[in-house]
Design a protein around this ligand. Sequence first.
Ligand code: ATP
Ligand code: MG
Ligand code: FE
Length: 336
Amino acid sequence: ILILAIETSCDETAAAVVKNGREVLSNVISSQIELHKLYGGVVPEIASRKHIEKINPVIEEALSTAGVTLDDLDAVGVTYGPGLVGALLVGVAEAKAISYAKHLPLVGVHHIEGHICANYIENKTLEPPFLCMVVSGGHTHLVMVKDYGKYEILGRTRDDAAGEAFDKVARAIGLGYPGGPKIDRLAKEGNPKAISFPKAHVDGAPLDFSFSGLKSSVLNYINSCKMKGEPIVESDIAASFQEAVVSVIAEKTMLAAQMYGIDKICLAGGVASNSALRSRMRECADANGFLLFYPSPILCTDNGAMIGAAAYYEYMAGTRHGLDLNAVPNLKIGQR
Ligand code: ATP
Ligand code: MG
Ligand code: FE
């Protein structure tokens, strides 16, 4: 089964050709980061316009790199939520046009289910059930993947997402957008024990997260340094902040695995490419005898291949969307 997958939920225009859900024939990503950097974050209107400009060339490149034409495809997969409505609509309209013109089945995909399915691509033997810690720009979800396409959310953030916290702290220490990769790099030069930032827990909800207090305490720390005229060591702030995020994520993931008696764990989403998180999770998983999987960095951030993987399992389960498919900015996991 050959699927053309399209992803335009945020600031990456992406398309991929994926065979049988796990074999990536092409994965083309046109990032708008340089454009949005100027504004310190993603500007929705600009993102939509850029998607319109890029969508056709990106799809053409995905097809030609894969060495296929639209006539070789079995289905079209597309992210239809969650995300920026104007951005999503570009991908959805494109997918519907191809589906209509070529009489191809249309399969709408949940963006976060795509992030989770990125794990299938490089780990050919990975099969559900497993526990997935989703850490992205807009989500922090502990998800039980019970079967292909069957998800249960065990815990979530009550406020900021992990990636959002990285981006906000990066801005506060003057690193610019997107902050995650920059904090990751700078933290390597800093001392993670230099500053003790709070590791937020939610009373009575051991699998829920809260990162807004941590973000505020970093901002307060910077302000108090300024007021006292003390030097601000950006690398120590980056390392100490990252330590607070990483330790909470690792701790709660291990707790969830123990609570639910599952020994297979995956990471997903942009923050899953964080080097400190990957190595901490590896240590903790090894110590507990759990198997740990995570995608290569290029498959952690937004891409089309992960949507192709998710679309394949939806297709096999019989999911078909009509030409009335619409963008759903707040689509819930497991909603069809
Ligand atoms: P969502 O998937 O929740 O809709 P999104 O698509 O914007 O949000 P992703 O593409 O999954 O998010 O990931 C982007 C986020 O990942 C950004 O917040 C970015 O700062 C963060 N990120 C990327 N690389 C790293 C890294 N090495 N360390 C920490 N964070 C990172
Ligand atoms: Mg992005
Ligand atoms: Fe994403």
